[in-house]
Design a protein around this ligand. Structure first.
Ligand SMILES: *Cc1c(COP(=O)(O)O)cnc(C)c1O
Length: 383
């Protein structure tokens, strides 16, 4: 096996990151916060047409944690969360001593199912506890059912924390993901659509809320000459070096989105004549996905030895990474004791789904190798 490994999603430099890093060093701004942090926030706010405010933080997880605090979540509260997601969507609920209530996905966007969500809200209220917040996720960069979720949020007066960690560059009816929730969350982890090596951001509707998030993220220092604290503080601010990398990455965000969308189109074409495989795409033109990761669902065929695991192993033999979809939170050992509402949509997707290499830096030769691996695997099926 001489071929180099093809990964799901790797960082992709624009080429100008080093320029910013060098500038940070020569001006000795090697700290958390700093001029690049302000400038990176500005870049992002411009990207969102200055309709929102952005606070740069050390990770997307930190942004979810502070977002829940801003929404008033406290120990003993209940917080609704999409079950099919990365654990970072749900862990901050536990940091706060609150209880997660997990919800199934629907088939169209694989995100929060509005029907299961409403059943859960009604049942939790009947049990005497109105949920404090709803965490909705745009999985793999495909927007959730924005209007249906917003309508339920308004009907029951429960704010939405929009986990847009995978969806920078996606939009719904022309409006960018990250701006739909009462609070939005972005991630710039190394495997995301753009990276700061590690980092995230909180997106707010008011400057006041952004300032409050930054206050919490910088140890909640009161306005005094000495160190004075009247609230719990966190060390969650983005570093000036990371923000410099982010500034370099913002120059190529649109290109990265276009290249990931090209990978998705490649998979749609590759699987078009292969029975029992569906490539995950948006339900209609209202949705615009960055296709952070391209994913498929494969109907198993026992006779021919075809299912998601045998396909994954065939890719592995060709030194190509593929991975099952996110394992739903209500099936995870750490979360299985918490309430769950829904059927088996997320569970079935987990059983039958697979993510494929989707990075913006994949080459024609990588695509050829992927195509060959797929054709060889499905040869039997096509006879
Ligand atoms: C990556 C990710 C996060 C966490 O972001 P980090 O920056 O890695 O902390 C949260 N939610 C989802 C859905 C993610 O994919």
């Amino acid at each position: 096996m001489n071929d180099k490994r093809i990964f799901l999603s790797l960082a992709h430099e624009s080429g100008s990151e080093m320029k910013y890093i060098q500038e940070a060093f020569s001006s000795n701004w090697i700290t958390s916060g700093g001029p690049f942090v302000d400038a990176f926030e500005n870049d992002l706010e411009n990207y969102f047409s200055n309709e929102v405010f952005v606070g740069a933080l050390s990770s997307g997880t930190a942004a979810i944690h502070l977002g829940l605090i801003l929404l008033g979540v406290q120990a003993g509260d209940e917080v609704i969360c999409q079950s099919m997601t990365f654990s970072a969507s749900a862990n901050p609920i536990l940091y706060l001593g609150a209880t997660p209530v997990f919800i199934d996905s629907e088939h169209e966007t694989w995100n929060l199912c509005p029907a299961a969500l409403e059943t859960a809200i009604i049942d939790r209220i009947a049990k005497g506890k109105k949920p404090k917040a709803i965490i909705a996720v745009h999985l793999y960069g495909v927007p959730y059912q924005v209007e249906a979720i917003k309508a339920l949020s308004e009907k029951y007066g429960i704010p939405v924390l929009e986990d847009s960690a995978e969806a920078l560059g996606s939009s719904y009816k022309g409006k960018k993901c990250g701006t739909f929730g009462d609070i939005g969350v972005l991630s710039f982890n190394g495997n995301k659509i753009i990276t700061t090596s590690g980092g995230g951001a909180i997106v707010t509707k008011t400057k006041l809320l952004k300032d409050k998030a930054v206050f919490y993220a910088t140890q909640s220092r009161d306005d005094a000459p000495h160190y004075q604290h009247s609230e719990i503080g966190y060390n969650y601010r983005m570093s000036n070096i990371c923000a410099g990398i982010g500034r370099g990455q913002m120059e190529v965000l649109d290109d990265h989105v276009a290249l990931r969308r090209k990978m998705n189109a490649f998979y749609v074409d590759l699987f078009k004549d292969i029975p029992n495989v569906t490539v995950f795409t948006v339900p209609n033109d209202d949705y615009y996905a960055n296709y952070w990761l391209s994913a498929i669902v494969i109907e198993p065929n026992q006779d021919k030895g075809i299912d998601s695991e045998t396909l994954r192993l065939a890719f592995e033999a060709a030194n190509i990474e593929s991975r099952p979809l996110w394992k739903p939170m209500h099936l995870q050992p750490i979360f299985e004791k918490y309430p769950y509402y829904g059927k088996r949509v997320a569970e079935t997707l987990f059983e039958k789904g697979l993510c494929f290499p989707s990075g913006s830096n994949l080459t024609d030769s990588d695509r050829d190798r992927i195509a060959t691996a797929v054709h060889e695997f499905f040869k039997i099926a096509l006879i």
